[in-house]
Design a protein around this ligand. Structure first.
Ligand code: PFF
Length: 455
C-alpha cells in the first residue's frame, strides 16, 4: 500500500480503543489467571506489574514510534527506518510470532463459542464443580467439536480482516470493550461474595516470595508481553494507522492501565471462585472454563433464566475480546504479505487464515489425540505458547527497545513522542534511558537466570 493510501483511525478514542482491543483479550481473562495460579499468586502479580512498567510501557511507546513514523506494517517498518541493515529481521520475527500465536489463540477463542452455546442451551445449569471439570475435559479432548468452533472463529476473523481496517476494527472495539469491562466488574463483585472466597483473596493479595522461581519471573515477563500485544509488531502495525495528533505516551499509558486492570479484575473473579468450590488454582489453561461457570451457578443459580442470560452475555463478550485480538494478530502477517509481496489484501488474508487454521488444528489435537507428542516435556499446544510468549516476544521486544533507543535518529524519536514539538512529553529522557539500558538488560537477566547460569 502506498503511504498516501493508508487509512487512519477516524478518531483518537478509536485509536486507543483499537489498541486496547488488541491488548485486552484471552491473555487477560484466560492466560493471566492460569499463569498466576501456576506461579503462586500475589508475588507473581507484583513481578508482573514490574514487568509492565519496566518493559511493557516503554516498548509500547517504542512500537508506536516505529509504526507511526514508518507508516508501514512491522515487517516493512524496520526496513523503511533502517534500510539495508539486518534490523528488518526483527520485524520478520514479529510477523512469524504473530502468525504462530494466531493459530493456538484461535483454538481457545473457539472454546468461548462452545461456552456461549452451552450456556445458551442451559447446559451450564445445575452442575457441580466436578461436572464442569469433566465437561471441559470431554470437550477439549474430543477431536471434532473444538475444530468446528476453531473453523468458525477463524472464519469470523477472516471476514473482518477483508472488510478493512477502519470500519471493522474501530467500530467493533468501540462497543465491546466498555461492555466487557462492566460485566467483569460485576462478576468480580459476585465472586468475592461467594462462601469461602476469602482464601482466594488471600492468594491474590498476600505475596509469598518463597514461591518466586526463575520460571515465575520468566512467566511474568512473557505474560506482560503477551497480554499487552508487544514484541510482535502488532501495536506498531496499528500505530501505522494512527493520525499525527495521536498522543503516543498517553495512548500507551491508557492501554497498559486498561489491560492491567482487566487482568487483575479477572483474578478477582477466578481465585475467589476457585477456592470457593475447591478447584486448585494451578489447573492450567482449563481454569477459567471450570471456575467461571461456577460463579454463574452459585451466584445466580436460584434464578435460572438470569444465570443463563448473564453467562451467555459474558461468553459473548469474551469471544468479542478474543476477536479484537485475533483481528490484530491476523493484521500483522496480512499487512506484511500485502506490502512486501504485493498480494491483494484478500489473497494475503486467505494465506494467513489457512495457515493459522492448520496451526490451530495441530494445537487443538495436541490436547486430545496427540497429547503424547511432547517437546521438552510439553504438549504441542503448551510448547507453542512457551516458544512464542516466553521466548520470541521478549527477544523481539528487546531488539525493538534497542532499535529505537540506539539506532534511530533521536530527533526523529523525539518528534514522534512530542508530536513534532507540540507536546511537552517530559518523560522523554527517562524513556530513552529505560529503553537503552533497563529494558534490554532486564530481559537478558531474566533469560540468563532461567537458564540457571546465575547459580
Ligand atoms: N494481547 C492479547 C491478549 O491478551 O489476549 C493477545 C495478543 C494479541 C498477543 C496480539 C499478541 C498480539 F500481538
Amino acid at each position: 500500500m502506498q503511504n498516501s493510501e493508508r487509512v487512519n483511525f477516524a478518531s483518537k478514542i478509536g485509536a486507543i480503543l483499537a489498541a486496547a482491543g488488541s491488548a485486552v483479550g484471552l491473555g487477560n481473562v484466560w492466560r493471566f489467571p492460569y499463569e498466576t495460579g501456576n506461579h503462586g499468586g500475589a508475588a507473581f502479580i507484583l513481578i508482573y506489574l514490574g514487568c509492565v512498567f519496566l518493559f511493557g510501557l516503554p516498548i509500547m511507546i517504542a512500537e508506536f514510534v516505529i509504526g507511526r513514523r514508518a507508516k508501514a506494517s512491522t515487517g516493512e517498518a524496520f526496513k523503511v527506518l533502517a534500510p539495508r541493515s539486518g534490523w528488518k529481521y526483527v520485524g520478520y520475527t514479529g510477523v512469524l510470532t504473530g502468525f504462530l500465536i494466531l493459530g493456538y489463540y484461535s483454538v481457545v477463542s473457539g472454546w468461548t463459542l462452545e461456552y456461549i452455546f452451552q450456556s445458551a442451551t442451559g447446559n451450564l445449569l445445575g452442575k457441580s464443580a466436578n461436572d464442569f471439570v469433566s465437561m471441559f475435559q470431554d470437550f477439549s479432548k474430543s477431536p471434532w467439536r473444538p475444530l468446528i468452533w476453531l473453523l468458525i472463529f477463524v472464519g469470523m476473523t477472516h471476514i473482518i480482516i477483508v472488510k478493512g481496517v477502519q470500519k471493522g476494527i474501530e467500530q467493533a472495539s468501540k462497543i465491546m470493550m466498555p461492555m466487557l469491562f462492566i460485566i467483569i466488574v460485576l462478576l468480580a463483585v459476585c465472586a468475592v461474595m461467594l462462601p469461602g472466597a476469602m482464601k482466594g483473596l488471600e492468594f491474590l493479595l498476600k505475596p509469598d516470595f518463597s514461591k518466586v522461581t526463575s520460571d515465575a519471573v520468566l512467566g511474568a515477563m512473557g505474560q506482560a508481553f503477551f497480554s499487552l500485544s508487544l514484541g510482535m509488531g502488532c501495536l506498531s502495525t496499528y500505530a501505522s494507522y494512527f493520525s499525527r495528533e495521536t498522543r503516543l505516551g498517553h495512548t500507551a499509558v491508557s492501554v497498559c492501565v486498561i489491560g492491567t486492570c482487566i487482568s487483575v479484575l479477572s483474578g478477582f473473579i477466578i481465585f475467589p471462585a476457585a477456592f470457593s468450590v475447591g478447584i486448585q488454582p494451578d489447573a492450567g489453561p482449563s481454569l477459567i472454563f471450570i471456575t467461571i461457570p461456577n460463579v454463574f451457578q452459585q451466584a445466580f443459580g436460584s434464578v435460572p433464566v438470569f444465570a443463563c442470560i448473564s453467562a451467555v452475555l459474558f461468553y459473548i463478550l469474551l469471544a468479542m475480546a478474543a476477536l479484537t485480538s485475533t483481528i490484530s494478530l491476523h493484521e500483522v502477517p496480512t499487512a506484511f504479505l500485502h506490502e512486501k509481496f504485493g498480494f491483494t489484501r484478500s489473497r494475503a488474508a486467505w494465506i494467513v487464515t489457512i495457515g493459522s487454521f492448520l496451526i490451530g488444528v495441530v494445537s487443538s489435537l495436541a490436547l486430545g489425540d496427540w497429547s503424547d507428542v511432547k517437546i521438552g516435556g510439553m504438549n504441542l499446544f503448551d510448547a507453542l505458547d512457551f516458544l512464542t510468549a516466553k521466548i520470541m516476544l521478549p527477544i523481539t521486544g528487546m531488539f525493538t527497545a534497542l532499535f529505537v533507543s540506539w539506532k534511530l535518529d533521536k530527533k526523529m524519536v523525539r518528534d514522534e513522542v512530542t508530536n513534532r514539538g507540540t507536546l511537552k512529553a517530559s518523560y522523554y529522557p527517562a524513556l530513552i534511558f529505560i529503553l537503552r539500558y533497563i529494558t534490554p538488560i532486564g530481559i537478558l537477566f531474566i533469560f540468563i537466570n532461567e537458564l540457571g547460569w546465575l547459580g
